[in-house]
Design a protein around this ligand. Sequence first.
Ligand SMILES: [Zn+2]
Length: 399
Amino acid sequence: MPNPSSSVSPRSSARLLIWSVLLVLALLHAVAARANYADIVSAFETVRTSTVFPVAGKTFDDIEETFGPRAQPSLAGSYDWHRGIDIDGAGGENVVNVYAGVFEKIDYTESAGNYVVIKHTLPNSVTYGTNPSKQNWTTFYTYYMHLTDATVTHITDQGWTKGSNIAAGTVLGYLGATGGSGGEAYAPHLHFELRFGTSNPLSNQIAGDGLTATDAWFDPHMHPMLLFNPNDATLRGASLASSYTQSLAAQAEGTVPDALSLLYTSSLDELALVNRFVVEVRPAGGGAAVLSHTLDFNQRTGFDASTNALLDEQDTTKPYMVPLAFTDAQTNYQSSIAIPHGWLGGYRNDGSYEIVVTASDVWENSTSLTVSAIPEPSTYAALAGALTLACALHRRRRE
Ligand SMILES: [Zn+2]
């Protein structure tokens, strides 16, 4: 491309330079003032080259429950927001620090059991949240829960105190089954959390600072898979195909009452990396959306996250997930995604509109499904063949 300033006078060049500097300053200011989730994703991408999986010898295959809203048939349909990922083990495996940081604390609660917290610093500050005085974050925290009692002795032996440097891969303790909720005994697993910006959950921020939900900043829990490289062959596990795929398909009307039900499938064994659904109603054959909803797990868009309690309540007026496959017998991950009819406005069963659902994972790969009409029970069988679509996986690369 020719240099646009090569044919102008020296005085014009000076003016151009001044204007260029002013433009760059204005752009920098705009970027600094923005609350931007994409910046968080980018920040974690830079960290991924230096992270270690938190349980020695385990892979993505060993993740038994993933991050996000869950309604579990195995637990009588109980619903909550899972704020981390669960990595299964036999018990006693080394639990290691995932990224260089400093020791924050070891503590015990009835639900978390023995848990260790490590504080980390991102290479670059990230702007995020709604509170103007608390928007520039450089820290994130990792939580390691249900550790064995031998972990307490181990930490004492290390002599770590708050602020002690801990390298990536350092043994923090041992995978166990301490803690529990509502008298439920756990099988040995590591519950691993990533908290961005602050270690305080939203409800504690509101209580501690006397804030209301509207002037608090955000619930810091994020999908822990932001920390790991999707293409790391050593982490993907032996059972995974060389390429990771995800897809959407329509399910029969009535699979989930009063909802458009879609089947989300990921080739990653038992692990849902899904993070965002965008539901749009468009005129059939194309055109601008007349209705659009975004359901984003990391950003809590589409959920009432004004308190932790509300986040843990199932709200069937909003989309939710019903995981179908959490067993070792599965070779992929499947979940029903229920999109309540109420979310679709008056467009249900109107052949002049189509519904487009796009699912994106935590690494920003996406897949889409176009539903030309929401089938009634009697018409579903006729449509079933037409709705079996192969969904292309679009990978968005960032350099
Ligand atoms: Zn868990």
